[in-house]
Design a protein around this ligand. Structure first.
Ligand code: AMP
Length: 215
C-alpha cells in the first residue's frame, strides 16, 4: 500500500505512522525524521535545512523533493510506504504524483488526521521525544513517562524538539494552514482523502485508520 498521512503539527502523525506502518508491514518515511537525522550527522543537506526547520518554515522544495524521492527508491519501499510529513504543499504533491506515475504506481489513500487547534498547541507544548527513536513519543501530562525525562520503551533520553517552542509552533500552524491544507482539496478531488478524527486514545485512532484503509 502507498499511503500519505496529513494533519497539523501535533495531530499525532508520527505516533500513528509508526503503528500503521508496523501493522501494514511497510516502511514509515518521515521527511522531518530524515531532516533531523541529517542535522545530527551534520551533512550538507542538514546544514541547509536547519534554519528553515528552526523557524518552523518549510524546507525549500528543491531540497525536500530529492531527499524524499531518494528514500522512496530504497529497496524496502518497492511494495509500499507510509509517508509522514510529505507532501506538505501542492507542488510537492504534484511532484509525488509525477514520480509515482513514472514508476507505474499510484497512491491508495491519503489519511487526514483531524484535530482542533487548541488541542494541537497543548499536545506540542508537552511533547517529549526519545533521542533513540522518534516513534517513542511522550507527553508531560497526557502520556507521562514513568520516570521524567526517560523513555519507558528503551531507557533513552527524552527531549523537547527545538521547533516545539510556542512561538515556532504558531508559525508551523500558520504554514500548515496556508501551504499544507490546500493538498487536502487536491487529494479530495482525486477521491483519495479519508478523514480520521484524531482525538482520544492512540490505539483507537490507529483502529479508525486501519478500518478506513480496509474499506
Ligand atoms: P515534522 O517532523 O514532520 O513536524 O517536520 C519538522 C520540520 O521539518 C518542518 O517544520 C519543516 O521545517 C521540515 N519539513 C518536514 N517535512 C517537510 C516537507 N515535506 N517540506 C518542507 N519542509 C519539511
Amino acid at each position: 500500500m502507498r499511503i500519505v498521512l496529513v494533519g497539523p503539527p501535533g495531530a499525532g502523525k508520527g505516533t500513528q505512522a509508526a503503528f500503521l506502518a508496523k501493522n501494514l508491514s511497510i516502511p514509515h518515511i518521515s521527511t522531518g525524521d530524515l531532516f533531523r537525522a541529517n542535522i545530527s550527522q551534520n551533512t550538507e543537506l542538514g546544514r541547509r535545512a536547519k534554519a528553515f526547520m528552526d523557524a518552523g518554515d518549510l524546507v525549500p522544495d528543491e531540497i525536500t523533493i530529492g531527499m524524499a524521492k531518494d528514500r522512496m527508491e530504497q529497496p524496502d519501499a518497492v511494495n509500499g510506504f507510509l509517508l509522514d510529513g510529505f507532501p506538505r504543499n501542492v507542488s510537492q504533491a504534484e511532484a509525488l504524483d509525477g514520480m509515482l506515475e513514472e514508476a507505474g504506481m499510484k497512491l491508495d489513500a491519503v489519511l487526514d488526521l483531524e484535530v482542533e487547534e487548541d488541542e494541537v498547541v497543548k499536545r506540542i507544548a508537552g511533547r517529549r521525544i526519545c533521542r533513540n527513536d522518534s516513534a517513542h513519543v511522550f507527553h508531560v501530562v497526557y502520556a507521562a513517562p514513568k520516570t521524567p525525562g526517560v523513555c519507558d520503551t528503551c531507557g533513552g533520553e527524552l527531549y523537547q524538539r527545538e521547533d516545539d517552542s510556542e512561538a515556532t509552533v504558531r508559525n508551523r500552524l500558520e504554514v500548515y494552514h496556508t501551504q499544507t491544507e490546500p493538498i487536502i482539496d487536491y487529494y479530495k478531488a482525486q477521491g483519495l482523502l479519508v478523514t480520521i478524527p484524531a482525538l482520544g486514545e492512540v490505539a483507537d485512532v490507529t483502529q479508525r485508520a486501519m478500518d478506513a484503509l480496509k474499506k
